[in-house]
Design a protein around this ligand. Sequence first.
Ligand SMILES: [Ca+2]
Length: 290
Amino acid sequence: MHYKSSGSYHGAPVYTYKTVKAYPHDRTAYTQGLVYLNGLLYEGTGRTQRRRSMLGKVDLETGAVLQKIELPVRYFGEGITIFGQNIFQLTYRAKTGFIYNKDTLELLKSFSYPTEGWGLTNDGKHLIMSDGTSTLYFLDPKSLKRKRQVEVHDSVGFVEKLNELEYVNGQIYANIIPTNRIAIIEPQNGKVTGWIKINGALSFYEHLRGVNVLNGIAYDPDRDRLFVTGKYWPKLFEIKLVAYEDHKFEYILRLILNDCKMTVQNALRFISRKIFRTLKRLFSTKGMGT
Ligand SMILES: [Ca+2]
């Protein structure tokens, strides 16, 4: 288990977090895009063996899906963003995006782009898109044409696998797949100005139940609330960033406690299984004698 870390990584400060509040999140949602607007979460999910890709409105407090549409089975849904009255949604390899009415989720039209589609957000002027590389593309929201692009980099080199995005106070936050790290990116030049470590949000018991990686960032600018979740995560967290240097002991303790919890849970499961088998054997032996 790797607990050691310092207050900076590749030349940029490292942040961890405090959980302000945990909300329920649909455990079956293979989260690919997340947005907050006026009390609601909007979530885009990818295709799984059991479910088609989806775009839905979710009640923040209960995690209940209030309204949703499913994508045709050939599309794997990716990042989403809300710009004006419309929701934009990317798909993974079909080079096709969709535009919906924000209120009704009615499909208005589709558009195309030349790369894979991963994450999507906007800065109020442009849509900002990732494609799994280190490049962020800035698209005109009307013509959907690429206006400019930046290469995301830190002091060591390019930062690749940028996935779910969120524009937060003039910076772009990006999940780095498949880690539990978020890069904070300067939109003008692509420079990473900080890193956020989201390890330890879920217990190892929840990891044993099949949760996947962090992949969902949303921001409420009115109340300065930052939300994160992940693929198949049973919870969505409102978090506050704190400097890693100031909270590293608390952070390490949280990871160790999660490990201990898992060890105890596994031990209890092992012992109860042994007791159950022994009792079963005893009773079946008695039964054979009568
Ligand atoms: Ca987002």
